[in-house]
Design a protein around this ligand. Structure first.
Ligand code: SF4
Length: 567
């Protein structure tokens, strides 16, 4: 055991409020792992929620584990210390189960690195009777878990709030007998046991069939929380060492009914379920009584919450300051902007996604330029000093004009945001956060080709050149090569698992792993997929109808009604 790392863990714990300590005696011990650093993991509300729900099960003790910071990895190796939990500082292999909460495909390599550091065999088929069971949940589990499936004993597909107690019943009844345990697990709704599904491939490389065996269902149906009011989704642990650690995060609901054609969350969390204002009032008042000073409302789209006016009054009456995640420019109200300004909000975030109204209509994010500019007016009127905007490049039907329109729109926004000299607090900064479009399963764009890193780099250059001379504007973006990896993992099948495994052998160097891989990355990324091809995630049912996706895919390519009408 490394003492510096142990002391570091103790310091993190000491700075927290709300960590749960339970006695291990006779309980099933679960290591809940976020495959990224403490700072990132502790900002994730889903991770925090599962931590609370698992610990609420009487015979479970759940402790958190994170990917060590890069500087700590060397120390871990030097002292031959296995990754350990925060609460009791026990190594991963002491636990009965290791559960990964995975939100981003880019963290798959980290999942395997953590298993490797712990000395747990990577592939489920190679594990021995005394190894912990390895499982995974989180949005990646019900998007397309296939690239990581060979490393998992089982996967919880869907919203996990209710499933913990059922898993414990099966575990208690059958642990020690792997086959009996897997028999029990495949019978639990929403549990996927990859080794009970065999994948066959056709000559052209596509999937020919997926054969379930030994009691596994042909189609694994997503677990869905029926009554969102039955469970409070709030951060269990507060810490100054996480991005949102200084505020109490509260989820206002699940899902979004807008149907933007690129958006995974908008599809897989359907149907839309809003928490009632009464349930939220109870939560908010309880938080205020506990002494919370700041509340962060979380949801796919907080400004779309149907009773937002009433909710704002509840927050105001509680005396807490308000914060939120990204807002829709077309549902941002005067009241909401005012409440955020009162709460000391220094940056408001909206997501136009595209530079032109035509492309916004094609991706079904039909916000008009006027609505975006009206949002700028609200920002200026309420003295909020910064505006952050999300754009995405490489989307289907995008042209050079659409890309060039992004800096042009930024110029118009800046004109509306500027506060004339002497008329109030000057505007601070307009941020363009530009991401690369990665086609996601279960969306109407699941058949679309990924644009490729070189094309995306050119588009980024256009934007950077376009804003070059604008004062107070900055462009943030990821490396398009990282988007290319994400594109491979988002729509890959089990053969892609080899890249992940190789990357671990190369100490996380996925670029080299990709170069040395004998598979064809373009087959998964830049290729247009025919509508009749079997997709790697076709043996799941997440409640999204394929006919609806096909219809939306076709509509995205229809002539634009506004442009056609004007001609
Ligand atoms: S991008 Fe936002 S508004 Fe559109 S479907 Fe997704 S969550 Fe809803």
């Amino acid at each position: 055991m490394s003492w510096p790392l142990k002391r570091k863990a103790q310091a993190l714990l000491a700075a927290e409020e709300g960590a749960i300590r339970k006695d291990w005696g006779g309980r099933v011990a679960i290591a809940l792992v976020y495959p990224n650093t403490y700072r990132v993991g502790m900002s994730n509300l889903g991770f925090q929620t599962i931590y609370r729900h698992l610990n609420a099960v009487n015979d479970v003790v759940c402790e958190r584990v994170f990917l060590p910071e890069p500087a700590d990895l060397d120390e871990l190796r030097r002292t031959q210390t296995a990754p350990f939990s925060l609460e009791s500082q026990r190594p991963l292999t002491d636990f009965h189960m290791i559960g990964f909460s995975v939100t981003y495909e880019g963290d798959y390599v980290n999942v395997l690195r953590i298993l490797d550091l712990a000395g747990v065999p990577l592939r489920a088929a190679e594990r021995r009777a005394h190894d912990p069971l390895v499982l995974m949940g989180g949005v990646c589990a019900f998007s397309n878990p296939e690239p990581i499936a060979p490393f998992m004993d089982f996967i919880v597909v869907g919203e996990g709030e209710e499933v913990g107690a059922e898993l414990m019943t099966v575990y208690r009844a059958h642990h020690g007998d792997r086959e009996a345990l897997l028999d029990g697990l495949v019978a639990v709704d929403g549990v996927y046991v990859p080794e009970r599904h065999e994948v066959g491939y056709a000559e052209d490389g596509a999937i020919a069939e997926v054969r379930p065996r030994d009691g596994a269902p042909a189609v694994v149906r997503k677990r869905r929380l029926r009554d969102v009011n039955a469970f409070r989704t709030i951060a269990a642990v507060k810490t100054p060492n996480a991005e949102y650690g200084h505020m109490a995060l509260v989820e206002v609901g699940k899902g979004c009914g807008r149907g933007c054609r690129f958006c995974l969350e908008g599809q897989v969390y359907r149907p839309v379920r809003h928490r009632s204002t009464e349930a939220l009032r109870e939560t908010i008042e309880a938080l205020a009584r506990e002494g919370e000073r700041r509340i962060g409302l979380v949801g796919a789209c907080v400004s779309d919450y149907p009773w937002i006016g009433e909710l704002l009054k509840i927050v105001e009456a509680s005396g807490m300051e308000l914060s939120t995640s990204s807002l829709r420019a077309d549902s941002l109200t005067e009241d909401l902007a005012a409440a955020l300004a009162r709460g000391g909000h220094r940056t408001l975030t909206i997501a136009p996604e595209a530079g032109t109204e035509r492309l916004r209509r094609a991706i079904r994010k039909a916000i008009t330029d006027d609505q975006i500019l009206a949002a700028c007016d609200l920002v200026r009127a309420h003295g909020i000093p910064n505006l952050k905007t999300y754009f995405m490049i490489g989307q289907p039907t995008e042209t050079d004009e659409d890309v060039a329109a992004i800096p042009a729109l930024a110029r118009r926004m800046l004109e509306r945001l500027r506060v004339p000299d002497g008329q109030g607090r000057p505007f601070g900064r307009l941020t363009l956060s530009v991401s690369s479009f990665v086609p996601k399963p279960w969306t109407p764009f699941q058949w679309a080709p990924f644009a490729g890193a070189p094309a995306l780099s050119r588009k980024l250059e256009t934007i950077k050149r376009g804003v070059g001379a604008l004062p107070s504007v900055r462009v943030l973006h990821e490396n398009p090569r990282e988007a290319a990896l994400q594109a491979l993992l988002a729509r890959g099948d089990r053969r892609v698992a080899d890249v992940l495994e190789h990357a671990v052998r190369l100490d996380g160097d996925w670029r080299r792993a990709l170069r040395e891989w004998t598979g064809d990355a373009a087959f998964y990324t830049t290729r247009s997929r025919p509508l009749d091809e079997r997709l790697p995630w076709d043996h799941f049912d997440v409640g999204v109808k394929r006919a609806g996706l096909e219809r939306e895919w076709a509509r995205a390519h229809e002539p634009d009604p506004v442009v056609a009408g004007a001609a």
